[in-house]
Design a binder for this molecule. Structure first.
Ligand code: M6R
Length: 595
């Protein structure tokens, strides 16, 4: 999704911005641009709707005034307005005095645009961000101080923003944030502003994190305001360990590599957490109060992991759980003694963060399950379970799903034994079952790599897919369908197999692919027969005798986690058959920072 970089360095800003923007590529974007100060006190604005390579060519071909040492850059993921150069960031005011990049959504943009237009401002894009340029321009007409102008302008905004604003003749750089991540590093190499610390990890590891309402001037020294009052910069946080750069190690794409990493990651997590489960230590160290109900807040793949965690809790201890998509939280009733479990790989998903604003009884506490211990989600939660899966570059979540399930299940077991709802003996048996997962995932990988490509080839011309499961297999069927639609751009839906006869059976015609995920429930066989009888091409993921026989162990409360491996491989293989970019599927972003 949209990404911001800005810098003030000793030498040339453009190469730094280009390199930082490349580090943001994995998040998904549809246009990219920079604005850089020049030696004659103008701003050079260079944008493209093509890839960063094209931007680099345009920068190299630049034949205007020599580019200077201060600049801003942006990868755009369209929300307002088409994908074209006029809508690409940076945006300018009428005079060209300031350039600005913005992440987030200005919710009162229509009203502001109408007022600004009436007072003579001319807009050159359809993007909500441009209103901020004109608001700053209007303020600069009253006071020529950029820092003050940005401060006043943001008080007129509703919605979310991370902003970097560059002034033409002075090269002054001002950043501001509200409900959208933005960080600032100030060190010997220069000053760097970014929405994602991975973008500038080559130059900075310690960052000050902007809080809601912060406006900061990034000059030779920092001037920091919150809600208009001058304050000291917040204590910097060291991101070095959590933002190690990701590189391909002999794989053709990151998704392939990340699928392969799953058994080793599972082993690492279970080794780390295993000794702290049956003694309740994992739960006790979180410092959270006991709970009688669980509310899970998540989106996409993280919600599928949440479904697995909720089912595990329900099966083992009959603790009631609510599954709430981040974007739908407004309609939930949360009782006291509820634990809110917010699950997000990035920790920056706007729907999840906004869901946490929903009022709940004061005793309700929030536990974050995330791959990013320094994320906004981590800062907002009362306790954090950080699962350290390493960077996941493929837009499709794979290894982070496996990590979320394992860590979430470990935490649930530990909470149950700590509160006396599960015996130590029963917990130890379950931990033994968890310890079998790395081998089960390895077996699933080996079998899937052998069997799935031919199946994918066979199914790649199908226009739609149905995924079936029952009970504990259902979240995995859901994940298989999400992966397939996300990567192949084909319709793929999942259904509880028992629901078929209540509607979806009408979709089945000769040749319709139906992928059934087994969990040992004998009733699934009957459902498979029903679709077979109507000519479906059935692929079963299950025990011996299945099309993809990856299941080996006895059923567990968390269901057949290893079944996700062939489903990931199937989605990737079908997508490759169709010539898709599996790491960067169209229209999607890795970190979804708008609602
Ligand atoms: O960063 P998050 O886990 O909060 O992201 C939530 C979803 O956007 C994400 O899981 C999405 O569904 C994946 N791209 C699916 O592969």
């Amino acid at each position: 999704m949209c990404g911001i970089v800005a810098c003030r360095v000793r030498d040339h800003a453009a190469p730094v911005l280009l390199s930082a923007l490349r580090n943001l590529e994995y998040r998904g974007y549809d246009s990219v641009g920079i604005a850089v100060s020049t030696e004659i006190g103008t701003l050079a604005r260079i944008r493209t709707v093509h890839r960063i390579d094209d931007l680099e060519h345009r920068v190299n071909d630049w034949n205007g005034a020599r580019l200077g040492n201060v600049g801003i850059g942006h990868t755009r993921w369209a929300t307002h307005g088409a994908v074209d150069e006029a809508n690409a960031h940076p945006h300018c005011d009428c005079t060209g005095r300031i350039s600005l990049v913005h992440n987030g959504i200005i919710e009162n943009c229509d009203e502001l645009r109408a007022t600004l237009t009436t007072s003579g401002h001319q807009f050159s894009s359809a993007v909500d961000s441009e209103v901020v340029c004109h608001l700053i321009e209007a303020r600069l007409a009253e006071s020529s101080d950029l820092f003050d102008a940005v401060q006043t302008a943001v008080t007129q905004l509703e919605g979310s923003w991370a902003l970097a604003v560059l002034e033409e003749s002075t090269g002054r750089l001002v950043a501001a944030a509200h409900h959208s991540p933005l960080l600032l590093a100030h060190n010997d190499a220069g000053t760097f502003v970014t929405s994602d610390p991975a973008a500038v990890s080559e130059w900075a590891s310690e960052f000050h994190i902007l809080r809601d309402g912060d406006v900061v001037e990034a000059g030779e020294t920092l001037r920091w305001r919150n809600s208009g009052l001058m304050i000291d910069p917040p204590t910097p946080v060291d991101f070095a360990r959590t933002h190690s750069p990701a590189e391909l190690r002999g794989h053709s794409d990151f998704m392939d590599q990340e699928i392969d990493e799953q058994p080793v990651l599972a082993a690492k997590l279970i080794d780390e957490l295993g000794p702290a489960i049956a003694n309740g230590r994992l739960w006790d160290e979180l410092g959270l109060p006991p709970f009688d109900a669980l509310q899970i807040i998540a989106c996409g793949t993280s919600m599928h992991a949440g479904r697995v965690i909720a089912q595990t809790l329900g099966r083992l201890a009959a603790v009631p759980t609510t599954l709430t998509l981040g974007s739908e939280v407004a309609y939930d009733v949360v009782l006291p003694r509820t634990l809110r479990l917010a699950i997000s790989q990035s920790g920056e998903t706007a729907d999840v963060l906004r869901a946490l604003d929903h009022p709940v009884p004061t005793e309700v506490r929030t536990l974050a399950l995330t791959n990013n211990p320094h994320s906004t989600l981590s800062r907002r939660a009362d306790a954090v379970l950080a699962y350290s899966a390493g960077p996941e570059i493929g837009v499709a979540a794979t290894k982070t799903f496996v990590a979320q399930v394992i860590v979430g299940v470990c935490a649930v077991l530990s909470a149950l034994v700590s509160s006396g709802r599960l015996s130590v003996t029963a917990t130890l048996e379950l931990v033994e079952q968890l310890r079998r997962l790395p081998v089960q995932l390895t077996t699933a990988l080996e079998i899937s790599r052998r069997v799935v490509p031919a199946i994918a080839h066979d199914l790649s011309t199908a226009s739609g897919f149905l995924f079936l499961g029952r009970g504990s297999a259902l979240p995995y069927a859901a994940e298989g369908a999400l992966k397939l639609k996300e990567l192949s751009y084909r319709w793929a839906e999942h259904y509880p197999a028992g629901e078929l006869k209540h509607g979806p059976l009408a979709l089945i015609e000769p040749g319709t692919p139906v992928v059934a995920v087994e969990n040992g429930d004998p009733r699934l066989r009957a459902n498979i027969s029903e679709v077979r009888a109507r000519g479906a091409r059935v692929v079963t993921v299950g025990y011996d005798g299945s099309t993809i026989p990856v299941l080996t162990g006895e059923p567990t409360p968390w269901g057949p986690l290893e079944a996700v491996v062939p489903l990931q491989i199937l989605a990737r293989a079908v997508a490759l058959e169709l010539g898709r970019d599996v790491d960067k599927p169209r229209n999607l972003a890795k970190s979804v920072t708008v609602e």
